[in-house]
Design a protein around this ligand. Structure first.
Ligand code: GLN
Length: 309
């Protein structure tokens, strides 16, 4: 049996001199204040163990990692009907690009670029007031992580509400194409709050465990989705989870993963483990620079890959 703690320790040791690499997201003013010299990583295994290193207990803004959980919730509500509203192809464009959305008449390429995630949130909002949908989402993530302490960072939510002009443009665009059922402010109100969830690597690794364990959390016995749905969410994470960096991430890491501009990445080794890493400095396509490096090292050292041993 390999020593996962020793592997995490060695990754942390090797990355120490590189702390601070990349650039923190500054288009959301509240995120621009985050100290870039931080790094945490946690692994939750399907046999119930939790390993961590560095600042794995520090909460950070999960941002687009929330899109995986909201997608899970939306699929639970409307099933495959969701795919009338959003596609399943990699975009090859930046996460907040508007060009493709126009060419494709308001149907976003996939549920992980911003436009797609906003459409998914709009689906979950159906029949609710925004406040209720936010509450439902928070309860769902707490259930996944089996942790009632997960909260929303209201400052981050407010910061993005005041400055999220590109998201406002994307949402208006979809509304014009009748691919948004609610007022733009309502859907974005929910979207900005889901992105503002504050979680630690340890909490995220536990929350993502259902994707590694055939749709159920082996720690709690909670059944979240069917094995088939877990496989499909993993497929989307692999092909679309890192925007226009998805191909490179698949090549270097070889595991489904979802990044966020808070510097977090959630990765899944199916049948084995769920992994969360966080370091705020981003590369040029908006994915955590050291987070990707750490996952590449982990995959190399464990041999974990969805492409073979
Ligand atoms: N809340 C961010 C935004 O909408 C999420 C983007 C991301 O994490 N890539 O711009």
């Amino acid at each position: 049996m390999m020593n996962l703690q020793a592997i995490l320790d060695s990754i942390y040791g090797e990355l120490q001199p590189r702390l601070g690499e990349g650039k923190v997201a500054d288009y959301i003013p509240e995120l621009a204040k985050v100290d870039p010299n931080q790094f945490g990583m946690a692994i939750a295994t399907v046999d119930g163990k939790l390993y961590s290193v560095g600042e794995a207990d520090t909460s950070f803004s999960i941002q687009s990692l929330s899109k995986v959980f909201m997608l899970t919730l939306a699929l639970g509500k409307v099933g495959e009907g969701l795919w009338k509203r959003v596609g399943r192809e990699p975009s090859g464009s930046s996460f907040n690009s508007i060009v493709q959305l126009e060419r494709e008449e308001g149907i976003p390429r996939n549920p992980f670029i911003n436009a797609g995630a906003i459409a998914v949130t709009d689906v979950v909002l159906a029949g609710h007031a925004p406040r209720e949908a936010i509450g439902e989402f928070l309860r769902f993530v707490r259930y996944l992580a089996d942790d009632e302490t997960v909260t929303i960072d209201q400052k981050v939510a407010q910061s993005e509400t005041q400055t999220g002009f590109k998201n406002i443009a994307l949402a208006n665009f979809m509304r014009a194409y009748r691919n948004l059922d609610h007022p733009v402010e309502h859907t974005l109100g929910v979207y900005f709050h889901q992105c503002a969830l504050a979680m630690s690597c340890q909490q995220l690794a536990k929350a993502g465990l259902y994707l590694a364990a055939r749709g159920s959390n082996p720690l709690t016995g909670h059944s979240v989705v069917s094995p088939k749905r877990a496989r499909r969410i993993n497929a989307l994470m692999l092909t679309c989870g890192h925007y226009d960096g998805s191909g490179d991430f698949a090549y270097r890491v070889g595991l489904p993963g979802k990044s966020g501009v808070g510097g977090g990445i959630l990765a899944v080794a199916p049948g084995l483990a769920s992994i969360a890493v966080w370091s705020p400095g981003l590369n040029e396509v908006g994915n955590s620079q050291l987070g990707s490096a750490a996952l590449e090292m982990l995959a190399a050292r464990t041999g974990w890959s969805v492409f073979g041993d």
